[in-house]
Structure formats: C-alpha cells, structure tokens
Ligand binder design. Sequence first.
Ligand code: UDX
Length: 430
Amino acid sequence: MSRLTVVGAGYVGLVTVACMAELGHHIVAMDVDADKVELLRKGGVPIHEPGLTDLIAKHRERIEFTTDHAHAYRSGEFIFLCVDTPPTASGDADLSRIWQAIDNLPPDEVEHVIVTKSTVPVGTGALVKAELDQRGYRHITYASNPEFLREGTAIADFMHADRVVVGADDPAVAASVAALYQGIDSPVLTTDVASAEMIKYASNAFLATKISFINEIANVCEATGADVTVVAKGMGMDRRIGPHFLQAGIGYGGSCFPKDVSALKQLAGNSGYHFQLLNAVIEVNELQKRRVIGKLKRHLGEELRGKRISLLGLAFKPNTDDIRQASSIILASRLLAEGAHVVGFDPVATPNMRALLPAVTYAASAMEALEEADACVLVTEWSEFLELDWASVKKTMAQPIVIDGRNALDGPALAQLGFIYEGIGTRSVG
Ligand code: UDX
C-alpha cells in the first residue's frame, strides 16, 4: 500500500481521498481552507455527494486532514493535484493553484510522483516538468491521471471506472501510478502526458456535443411533429452511437462541461486552430436554456409580468447541491427580468441558489412552490418531483401548465389529470 498526498479537498480531491483509502492507501489530504479542514477532521464533509461521508468515516484512521503543506508534501510518495482550474475571463483554464502547489514543493531530495487529476490544458504537464527540471528537482517525476467523475455517482464512477488513464513519459512512472488502482476492475490506458490531458477534454467536449446535438434534434422535432425521446431511443440502439447522453432538455450545466468545452475551444484557438464545432455546441446550449421562456409565453401570453412561475429543481442535475452553470440560473434570471414572480424549490441546492439570486422566492417544499403557480417548470429531474401527487398539484396551482425541461414526467398521465403538458422536443398534450 502506498502513501498518498492529496492537494485540494474539493470535489475531486475528497472523492480521491475516500476511494484511494478504500483501495487500502494511506492519505494525507491538504487544503488551504482551515475551516474546511477543521470540518473534515470532525467527520463533516463540505459537499453533498452520496456515500462520501460514510466512506471517509470508514477509513478515517488512514486519512489525515491538514493545512500544513510542507508536512503534507513530505508524507506522500504520490502527490495528487486535485485543485480546481476555474475558467478565466478569456475562457482559458486558471492554473494558478497548480503553480502554487509546485511552488510549495519542499526542496528536499525525497522522491515523489506528482499526479495531476485536475483538468489542465494540453501542454501543462510539459510545462510543469520543465519547471521541475529548471529547479533541479530530478527526484520528482510526473504523471497525468484525469478523472471522469460525475457528481452524484462519483464514488461508483471511481471504483468502477470505464477506464483509468495514466499519462507519463516514463513507463515505470506510469506503471507505479496504475498500480495504485489495483483492486478496481477497470482497464488502464497508459499514454504520453499530452494525450492523457487531451483525453479528458475530448471526452467532455464530445459528451457536451452529443447533448447539444440531441437538443437541436429536439428543436427540429418540435417543428416537425416527431418525438425526440423516441428518436433518441432509435438512435441509441445503434451501437456506434450508444444510448447515453442523448437526453434532450434545457441544456447542460455543472462545473465541468461548460468550463472544459470553453477551455478546449480556447486551447485550440491559442494554438491557431478555430474549433468551429465547439462554438456551435456552446451557442446551442446557451439558447437551449432560454427556450422555456418561449414555451411559457405560448401558454401564458407575451406578458409574463406578475405571473407566478414555479421552478422545480435548481441544481444543475439531480443528487447534487451544485448550481454552477445550472440552467436554473439563466431561466430564473430571464423570468425575473420579464417581471415574473419566480418561486424555486430544490431538495438540497436552495441555500446555494438563495445566495446567488435573492430575488427568487424560495419554498420549503415542492408543494409550497406550486401553490397558486401559473405554470411550473421541471428544471432538475429529482425523483421526488417525479413522484409528486400530481392530482393534488393540479388543485394547488392557479393554472395547470407544466413545462418539463427534462422530459422526465409522464406527459400523457398529466394530460389525463387535466394538465397542459409540454416537454422538450416532444408533442405537447392536454
Ligand atoms: C461530467 C462528466 O460526465 C464527467 O465524466 C466529468 O469528469 C465531469 O463532468 P457532471 O458534470 O457531474 O460530470 O455531470 P453529467 O452527469 O455528465 O451531466 C452534465 C450535464 O449534462 C447536466 O447538466 C445534465 O443535466 C446534462 N445532461 C446529461 C443532459 O442534458 N443530457 C444528457 O443526456 C446527459
């Protein structure tokens, strides 16, 4: 078993800590945020991720949380960089936290492998290696090991990964990093560093492209009378296409897709290549978030001022409290700008949204959000919304109009109850 240092106790860092401990390794997790470290020491976990708190608790004796970077770096044979790389104003990835970590490396002769899990532009590994060489840190080697974790299912995604990608220019280094994953049943792909970095961007950009593609098909379905859910099913039966990431809706959000698509576009542009397809993927996604406004106007009239619109779900997807780049933000802001009275509810993301958009009214339950509503928009397909007693919902709403932004509700059943139901790229009923 190995000693690992994990730098950055954020989303990726904590999942890495928990899962690497599950694989038997000893971990020192370092974060600059003293409050966060204190909370973790007391058994708390600062993010909402199913199973994470329990898994960290299970292996607590093998995990140390600290703010002391010198101690943390000296402890690990492998130093996993799990710091965030948020987008800058130009759409590039901000690498300042990666460079901070490199600056903090103690100038001793202990051998380490730096393993970058953070999503970094292709070429970053080469720059880091050049910097290490320049400082004379020949005892420190480098590997890229991108993560493919979805929020809400991150632990399963780690423990049952479709693949583990390890990029290193020295095969012995690649083998040592790959060996850390012994115990999980996943194929390991070893590559050079630049290709590993690109695999991460290309995978996320491809998935985002799939979503924007099916969203455009949905929009054409609306204009031509086809049903995108059936179309997606038929497409997905072709093994070359596959059934995943073909759910039409009101656009993708989250901390990864928008950031990574934009970073890959910038990366291409900075290298002199105009990545046309990604421009369209981004634009389609932005427009998709606004399509609900048109649907609401079709049912409520052009004037949304004073209308009470209930938003069911605020998180960028179910089972997370993350609202980064969530479609709900654009939708709520547009509705507020139209003068509508926006009432939002989310099982866990409400506090995050309240801090960002205080002008929205936040309800304590879905039923409260639906009281006297002129229309309801399903923004995030939490299972509790699918299981609502819709007959009671019909009684509590002022007008029985449901816009299903995720095609997750049973439209015909709602129509039977007397609702006017409209999905995305499906036939409206009622
Ligand atoms: C994503 C990648 O899947 C993961 O591999 C990567 O490392 C991090 O980014 P995540 O952002 O957690 O994970 O969420 P994901 O489940 O991929 O969904 C992203 C967004 O796409 C959500 O807003 C979701 O609602 C939307 N989506 C997804 C669709 O609109 N349609 C689909 O068919 C699938």
